[in-house]
Design a protein around this ligand. Structure first.
Ligand code: SGN
Ligand code: CA
Length: 507
């Protein structure tokens, strides 16, 4: 338990007054595949179609981060980065098929050691038994939307690396059940110690099964389409033709109806978009309502002042942009994580912040709020000062991204890494599995580069890598990319297979 005794000096008197400053509770709410375009606080074409008043309330009463990015846009690696504050190459969680070693250090362990009551409820997706938590009740794997099974602490079995043994079925929709369980945990916490609660929804992951009460929502509405829904990938590399995550490729399980015959590619996209987006938004309507329940609970219990509330998602998601409905790529919609945070005691209401923050920064941020020193192994940085409007001069101006699960069987996204600055994005599709689990061993040759100017081309439609006038810029960006690879100790020299790729294609 951490209580800090602080001596406050009154202005009119030198008499010290003892005050108890208590470390805050932290509620970390994370949805699965909830893209910022589908949170009304972020604006965009869906804001009026499905307002999210409760999620947006966190922004209204706190800070909205506009440039929060995932370091590897896929569930298990992102969750691993959040738990450890490290990139994939450090924590060993590169693809969906990797697992978090129960013996590995993580942020919940640090918080628990410092006196926090720690819990995770909902989607875990890190394979082995969760460790560092006083309590957990988690979905096995991706979990089910209806009548989900949950595995409670104590039911995993003796070996934390083995398959869990005991699961219990809960009646109802997963978003409602996970919230019920989160509230049940808060009800049981001792008031003497702060708590750290990770509340992780399954929604709105495909195949998008909303709660019954939302099934008819938006039925008569025609949802606006993103302007690049019909993208033909002109100017993009061969990898874009190989992708199978554009809507005309997807399946009847997502669509929940038969695919009409004889539609052209464009007609199919437009038809599928209306079905996908409506079910997706219906799932979000359920989350928004449940976030409202959590915020109301804090109000009713008088906990709002001293509780940090965060809303985010494990990664972004394409909602029809470029014709896609998935993530994995470094493009904006998939790279950007929504990140809203409220902490009335310390941060001002209604603030927007454009600093570049990453999912590896979350663990250091939690520890900072808990007054716990950041362990050396964490690569991220706390952005507590940024949230107070006091960004340090030397705060990062660029970020490093890497997707490792080369050309896996469903979506065929080529392995790539890249750099995003406030203005530019440079991408290298190196196209190798490097032996990663679940990756496809067939390389993509030749390796390919892309460059986008996000100021003039925010939708990333015009690859300007071959523009001769960009030569010096590209050179500088490549040097910066290499600097970050060195900083995070993710250098290509670690892989003999990369030598030829680098020698042939890098410069
Ligand atoms: C499933 C989905 C994929 C999705 C991954 C990862 N296919 O495999 O479309 O990209 O999960 O999602 S499905 O047919 O099972 O729906 S993640 O959010 O867990 O990374
Ligand atoms: Ca996800």
């Amino acid at each position: 338990m951490k209580k800090y005794s602080v001596y406050l000096l009154g202005l009119s008197s030198l008499q010290p007054i003892m005050a108890q400053v208590q470390t805050p509770n932290i509620i970390y709410i994370m949805a699965d595949d909830h893209s910022a375009q589908a949170i009304s606080a972020y604006g965009g074409i869906l804001a009026d179609i499905l307002p999210t008043p409760n999620i947006s309330r966190i922004a209204r009463e706190g800070v909205k981060m506009n440039n929060c990015f995932v370091t590897n846009s896929i569930s298990t690696p992102s969750r691993g980065a959040i738990m450890t504050g490290q990139y994939s190459n450090k924590n060993g969680i590169y693809t969906l098929d990797d697992k978090l070693d129960p013996a590995y250090p993580n942020v919940a362990k640090c918080l628990r050691k410092s006196g926090y009551q720690t819990a995770i409820i909902g989607k875990w997706h890190l394979g082995n038994e969760p460790t560092g938590f006083d309590y957990y009740n988690v979905l096995p794997g991706q979990g089910r939307y209806y009548n989900p099974y949950l595995i409670e602490k104590g039911m995993w079995g003796d070996d934390p690396r083995s398959e869990p043994e005991g699961k219990k079925e809960y009646q109802g929709h997963s978003t409602d059940v996970i919230t019920d369980e989160a509230i049940r945990f808060m009800d049981r916490t001792s008031k003497d110690n702060p708590f750290f609660l990770m509340c992780h929804y399954k929604a709105p992951h495909r195949w998008w099964e909303p709660a019954k009460r939302f099934k008819e929502l938006l039925k008569e509405v025609k949802v606006p389409e993103p302007e690049n829904l019909l993208d033909t990938y002109e100017g993009k590399g061969k990898y874009a033709e190989l992708l199978t995550m554009s809507m005309e490729h997807l399946n009847t399980r997502d669509l929940k109806t038969e695919i009409p015959e004889e539609l052209s590619r464009d007609e199919l996209r437009r038809w599928a978009y209306q079905i996908y987006i409506k079910d997706y938004l219906r799932c979000i309507a359920g989350i928004d309502e449940n976030v409202g329940r959590i915020l109301n609970y804090l109000d009713e219990k008088g906990l709002a002042e001293n509780t940090i509330v965060i809303y985010t998602s494990d990664q972004g998601f394409f909602l029809g942009e470029h014709g896609w409905f998935d993530k994995r790529l470094i493009y904006e919609e998939s790279l950007r994580m929504p990140f809203l945070i409220r902490y009335p005691k310390e941060i001002e209401a209604g603030v927007e912040n454009n600093d570049i923050v990453l999912n590896i920064d979350f663990a250091p941020l939690f520890l900072d709020y808990a007054n716990v020193e950041k362990p050396l192994y964490m690569q991220g940085e706390s952005f507590r000062d940024n949230l107070r409007g006091r960004t340090q001069e030397n705060w990062r101006k660029s970020m490093y991204y890497r997707y490792w699960m080369h050309a896996e069987g469903t979506h065929h996204v080529t392995a790539h890494y890249g750099l995003r600055t406030h203005r530019y994005k440079l991408i290298f599709y190196y196209g190798q599995s490097l032996g990663m689990k679940g990756a496809n061993d067939k390389p993509l040759i030749p390796a390919e580069w892309e460059l986008y100017d996000l100021m003039t081309d925010p939708s990333e439609m015009k690859n300007i890598y071959d523009d001769p006038s960009k030569k010096d810029l590209i050179n500088d960006l490549k040097l910066e990319l290499l600097r970050l690879k060195r900083l995070y100790e993710d250098e290509d020299s670690a892989y003999p297979q990369m030598k030829e790729v680098i020698d042939t294609y890098f410069w």
